[in-house]
Design a protein around this ligand. Sequence first.
Ligand code: AMP
Length: 462
Amino acid sequence: MSAPKHQAPRGTRDLLPHETARWQWAEAKAREVLERYTYREIRTPMFEDFELFARTSGESSDVVQKEMYRFKDLKGRDLALRPEATAGVCRAYLEHNLAAQGRVHRLWYAGPMFRYGRPQKGRYRQFWQIGAEVIGTAAPGADVEMIALFVDVFEAWGFENLSVAVNSVGTPATRRAYGDALRNWLQPVVHWLSDDSRQRLEANPMRILDSKDPIDRGILAIGEGVGPGIWGAMDDEKQKRLEADLSKLHRKEMPKMVDVLDPESRAHWDQVLGGLEQLGIEHAIDHGLVRGLDYYTRTAFEVHDRSLGAQSALGGGGRYDGLIEALGGPATPGVGFSIGLDRTLLALEDRSPALTPLTFLYVAATEGTRGFVAGFVRALRTVYAVDHDLEGRSLNAQMKAADKAGARLVLILGDDEWKKGEIVIKDLADGTQETVDADDLVDAIDRKLEPPDAAEALEDDE
Ligand code: AMP
């Protein structure tokens, strides 16, 4: 077959019916957990003013600089498809003055997000996130609840022995202090850093910790005490020079954010760790964990699944005490997470349960009853899932179609039976057939779908 004329845009995917069943399962599981935690769903638009994202994600962030689907509508409004949902949720919180309805709001959302990245396995231009936010409290207990909820959602999906990476990214002031310390530490190797990282060294040094460049990563690996990483292709001479410069790094430990925290952030961090301990939530402190967006403060967390290779982050979150103020609202703290559903489902490929096939009935008509079938099926569909032939095909063709589609029972509307007010029920599981009075049809179907001993057992249980 030649390639069809139209294909889904690069980086987007169709989820076909055999896949949507798994998605529905995953969404339903997550929703159950979120509701037990008393979070309420919020739905915000898929596009917003570009300015909203520029303001909250930071003009210099990768998302704003390189990954935004930005467009003008017919009136020339500057809009963008949402790359994430927190900015929209906080915009809605302010626009509808939710603060007047209560101090603390627990919210969750799910939906597609859009980022113009390079597509690869687990990385798409349209992808789904499910996430939660607690707006209105700076209490460390909110961070702990958020991480517990995050882990519980993964556990509901069947992930086991998850360990969450946690860090504190301090406040803007402590980040500046940290930036100076990091700049200082990197001094001997500055000329080896990637162009991007050299730029970050000026504007936002903490972001260097997030670099994907192999030399940058190798340098940071020394700081993290795991030795130099893989440098990629490099001639011997160059490698020697690099190693000589790197040896200077060993003399001083790489600065850690948690060592330069202001006293309040330090106390907050200690309480978050204490809370995780108390709940028995597995966690590891990752000093290199930074979040890609500027509005994060204090707690940051992430969970990875190694089976996914490069795109291993399944979800992450953190505190964003500066965000609502950046949108022009009163200073309002918040903490949240978001989980990538595409990646989660990839990681769950072998682990999500086999889906039970839909139990449905098939109504087959004959020459004389064809005119009644649509009405009969419509009435039956108020109770059961029902399929039928739309094309007036022969009884034989209808029986074959019912079998192929995997129907459980076929109701045959025979001419003679129909006149007598009777219907034939054929059980495709064992081939048996029975003629019942139309008035007893529902009972007869229920008896077939749920054999009497099972029904009795249920009653005995009560
Ligand atoms: P972030 O909003 O960047 O913290 O991302 C949260 C989660 O969304 C990540 O851990 C991923 O699971 C998922 N995610 C982010 N970007 C993409 C993408 N381009 N394609 C698929 N999933 C993504």
